[in-house]
Design a protein around this ligand. Structure first.
Ligand code: TPP
Length: 326
């Protein structure tokens, strides 16, 4: 578990008071939500859960640096950032439990949600696919002359995928307005970062593609924000993509660091913290109970949305399914 608190390195460039307080409140919500979902997964009530515990500074710093019109191509750990950008908690939880309230009709792996409200594109389970998705989206926006930047979030393990190379090469050649945010937490399940590459770091992998690389302390909310905001501005000016490597370490709690920072700015107190924590607990109690009591989508809905006119053999299968006991 995360424990130590070390000072942030970018106190010289803080965000506006209300913005940091709002970010902190959402980081606390994300942490509490993660802790609850990890427990539910261990109890067998959830198929899987991609937790962001200890990695909130990279996720929130990156996502908060976007402009309203920008889109996120996420990995699955960025749910807290989606809530911060306006995805309703109820929609996220319906997705997680695959219930009838889920916009994806319960078909996607928990965590691979989409949200138009938050401008989050649907994620896919294969590692790295959100890199090429983001580049294609950004390239299309450029062709249409839309002022939109795509943020692609992935772990260092994804840099060994074919999509990483294809995506960075294309973005480099065509100057697609995309920001690659690589969260280096040292591990891809059981594979250590040094087995992903013989290079000395991940940020420098951009250089060969003509994509500048930036290294940042991934446990520092403001440092990540600053790096991503600069990359977004660069992309929006038509100068192309940036690869940011944000190194996270579970030894430094990014949420506690922001709390300490807020206290130093006299924007937050222990009393505020206790009150916020109890509000979050109550909100999660209600939302989790509601999501778990929702019915599942009707079984026969699995035949919907794929074909404009459903072929005869799927009609037959649907009828057969309906005759089976539920
Ligand atoms: C193409 C592909 N290979 C393997 C997997 C299995 N898998 C799921 S998560 C994961 C590790 C990803 O590590 P990283 O990209 O570093 O992100 P992290 O989970 O550490 O945040 C792997 C190998 C997968 N989903 N897709």
């Amino acid at each position: 578990m995360v424990a130590t608190v070390t000072p942030l390195r970018t106190l010289d460039a803080p965000l506006a008071d209300e913005r940091v307080v709002a970010l902190y409140k959402h980081m606390v919500l994300a942490r509490a939500l993660d802790e609850r979902l990890v427990h539910l997964q261990k109890e067998g009530k959830l198929a899987s859960h991609l937790s962001a515990i200890g990695e909130e500074a990279t996720i929130f710093g990156g996502i908060a640096a976007l402009r309203e019109q920008d889109w996120v191509f996420h990995y699955g750990r960025e749910a807290g950032g989606a809530l911060f950008r306006g995805m309703p908690l109820a929609s996220y939880l319906s997705h997680v439990f695959g219930s009838s309230g889920d916009g994806g009709k319960g078909r996607q792996m928990p965590g691979t949600f989409a949200s138009r409200a938050a401008r989050f594109a649907s994620a896919s389970a294969p590692i790295g696919t959100q890199i090429t998705h983001a580049v294609g989206f950004a390239w299309a926006a450029k062709l249409k002359k839309d002022d939109v930047v795509a943020l692609s979030c992935f772990g260092e393990g994804a840099t060994s995928s074919g999509d990483f190379h294809t995506g960075l090469n294309f973005a480099g050649v065509f100057k697609a307005p995309v920001v690659f945010l690589c969260r280096n937490n040292g591990w891809a399940i059981s594979v250590p970062a040094e087995r992903q590459t013989a290079a000395s770091s991940f940020w420098l992998k951009g250089i060969a593609y003509g994509v500048p690389g930036v290294a940042v302390d991934g446990n520092d909310l403001f440092a990540v924000h600053k790096a991503v905001a600069a990359a977004v501005q660069r992309a929006a000016r038509g100068e192309g993509a940036t690869l940011i490597e944000a190194t996270t370490s579970r030894k430094t709690d990014p949420v506690a660091r922001v709390k300490e920072h807020l206290e130093a700015r006299h924007l937050w107190s222990e009393k505020d913290d206790a009150e916020h924590a109890s509000r979050v607990r109550a909100e999660l109690d209600v939302a989790l109970a509601l999501a778990q009591s929702e019915p599942l989508p009707p079984r026969e809905s699995m035949f919907d949305d794929v074909y404009r006119s459903v072929p005869w053999h799927l009609h037959e299968e649907r009828e057969e399914l309906q005759k089976c006991p539920k």
